[in-house]
Design a protein around this ligand. Structure first.
Ligand SMILES: Nc1nc2c(ncn2[C@@H]2O[C@H](COP(=O)(O)OP(=O)(O)OP(=O)(O)O)[C@@H](O)[C@H]2O)c(=O)[nH]1
Ligand SMILES: [Mg+2]
Length: 352
């Protein structure tokens, strides 16, 4: 599933440090020459394509990125220190535009690739530099030039790792709310979700994945009923589907099994590729079933569906079982990625 993720950020390079005007002062040397040092260059701002960063979501909270100013020059020919550069981590695949003109500045495709987006100011010159045969005591010095300031628009095509499938009202948006900072609308009427929502599930500092909440799929979606069709076709890019089933369906004429079958049929009608994708059964709203009946209630659904794949029992509302589900997904995606890399290496015949 693909989404365009966007963010605007401001990048400010450091100004160059000023040059110094000063003269040597030492005992017994009455007319010491000029000894003002140059300033340091201002730091620049670079964007760096970084592994494991997979969305632009963090830029919503941190949108100004500054590099350091260069130090001013000092007496005794001391050169000012160069300002530190600022490196901003972005996900691979980020395209960078000048915000005001829409002009493309560049794109970052390879991990580790760097793009200069704001150049640091040039250092000012100390008065030593202005010394000449006709002017042995120059007062001149120059100021550092200003660092570049720019507004950038970042754009990224995000491919969701996990797609949620399920009847309207099954609790897909609630699940995304429970496990990520995404805030899709949740309500007790069908088709709350009119556009796909993305949630980034952060497992720890280094690991996260993207989960996509899509509008509920209903019977006939593969033929275009409801809102299902346009989203079904994008699901083929995900690595895992979660089939969310309400264990006590909202529609009284529906049972969990009949609701689940409808979804499976739609998926099979749509494409073999989608039907063969790894799919897990997520039985939601177990809090609507008395504690001591959950096990039995869920097992009956699994048996009737003749489902032999992974099953998770959760309550998105009460946040029960959701954490375990997220860990299992992360583990699965990592294994899947490792396997794909292995296959790629096999294909390309690389030894390692
Ligand atoms: N009791 C209970 N209610 C839940 C649970 N999860 C979701 N709900 C409720 O079910 C209703 C529908 O939830 P949503 O998350 O909007 O369902 P959805 O699958 O995203 O629905 P659509 O976007 O219409 O396809 C809301 O009233 C939720 O509060 C749960 O685990 N337990
Ligand atoms: Mg929804």
């Amino acid at each position: 599933m693909r989404f365009v993720d966007e963010a605007e950020i401001r990048v400010e390079a450091g100004d160059g440090g000023n040059g110094k005007a000063s003269f040597r002062r030492e005992k017994y040397i009455p007319l010491g020459g000029p000894d003002g040092g140059d300033g340091g260059d201002g730091g620049s701002v670079y964007l760096v394509a970084t592994e494991n960063v997979n969305t632009l979501v963090d830029f919503r909270y941190h949108s100004v990125h500054r590099a350091q100013r260069g130090e001013n020059g000092g007496s005794r020919n001391c050169t000012g220190k160069k300002g530190e550069d600022c490196f901003v981590a972005v996900p691979p695949g980020t395209i960078v535009y000048e915000a005001s003109t829409g002009e493309k500045i560049g794109d970052l495709t390879r991990i580790g690739q760097k793009l200069l987006v704001a150049k640091g100011g040039f250092h000012g010159l100390g008065n030593t530099r202005f010394k000449s045969s006709v002017n042995r005591a120059p007062q001149q010095f120059s100021k550092g030039s200003a660092g570049e300031h720019r507004m950038l628009r970042l754009e990224l095509m995000v491919i969701a790792d996990v797609g949620l499938l399920g009847m309207p009202n099954a609790g897909k948006s609630s699940l995304i709310r429970a496990v990520s900072s995404a805030r899709p609308k949740v309500a007790d009427y069908p088709f709350t979700t009119l556009h796909p929502n993305l949630g980034v599930v952060r497992i720890d500092d280094m690991r996260s994945f993207v989960i996509a909440d899509i509008p509920g799929v209903i019977e006939g979606a593969a033929e275009g009923a409801g809102l299902g069709l346009q989203f079904l076709k994008h699901l083929s890019r995900t690595g895992l589907l979660l089939h969310v089933v309400d264990v006590v369906p909202y529609e009284s004429d529906e049972t969990p099994v009949s609701a689940a079958r409808k979804i499976i049929q739609e998926v099979e009608k749509w494409s073999d590729d989608l039907a063969n994708k790894p799919r897990w059964l997520v039985l939601n709203k177990i809090d609507n079933v008395p504690d001591d009946e959950v096990e039995q209630h869920c097992q009956a659904i699994v048996d009737e569906l003749s489902w032999d794949g992974p099953v998770f029992k959760i309550s998105a509302l009460k946040n029960q079982g959701t954490q375990e589900l997220m860990y299992a997904i992360m583990e699965f995606l990592q294994q899947q990625k490792a396997q794909q890399q292995f296959q790629l290496q096999e294909l390309s015949g690389e030894p390692e």
